[in-house]
Design a protein around this ligand. Sequence first.
Ligand code: CU
Length: 282
Amino acid sequence: MRMANLRALTMAGVMSLSGSLAGSGAMAGEVAGRPVDGEMGFQRAVTEVARDIQWLDDFLLIVMAAVAIFVTLLMLYVIVRYNKRVNPKPATFTHNARLEIAWTAIPVVILVIIAIPSLRLLFLQLEVPEPDLTIKATGSQWYWTYEYPDEGIEFDAVMLQKDELTEYGYTADDWLFATDTRVVVPVNAVVHMLVTGSDVIHAWAIPSFGSKIDAVPGRLNETWFRAEETGIFFGQCSELCGMNHSYMPIVVEVVSQPDYDAWVQTQQAMNGAATTELAAAE
Ligand SMILES: [Cu+2]
């Protein structure tokens, strides 16, 4: 019901979008990754990393629950079976070699079982594969600046105010998520993200991609994602960065390769026009 509503609203937004955004070179897409009121758990995963993070979380929950249940049952058994009334004469031995080996070895085995997928995921996140494109995101109080160094594209992304949402093709639900421009990337492409900060520490995060990396002034952090679905994905600055920390959201639109190529051309044309204007003014 909620999703259906959201889709309907988004589609309505998309219709009105085509006209107003054509000028800025943005394209219409459906919002595919966002938090939804009343939902629990993770947002939809559209990258291998995000899927693995969610799998690891579920897996750890099962291991943790099993350990907690076992310990609780053991305690209940001891309380019932060995209390003073039921067991007035306690045994006097103090060691049991086999038991002690077991309660040392079993937790070690559990830790190793956890470590294997955990380390695998860590390497998957940190080892950037051969990238198809590189984007540099710079966090500033309180907006993001994006550069596509190989394409010569650069723009700021500032959060839209409530009264601007419709103009940009978003719905009222998208407030605090929607920005005036957005990062556009091709589907199934390895995107190498370079992330830094210009003033204080911010963090660039998109839950559906499993991406979250600090934007530290004077440091260039890197992460990557390969989105397998098209659509618009929302994220937020995820490091407390000051008064308007909640007002510097992140929007990534995943589009088909031809749509991406068209977007790059439009952006380059706009950048070119801006440069010419600047040169003319000087
Ligand atoms: Cu921030």
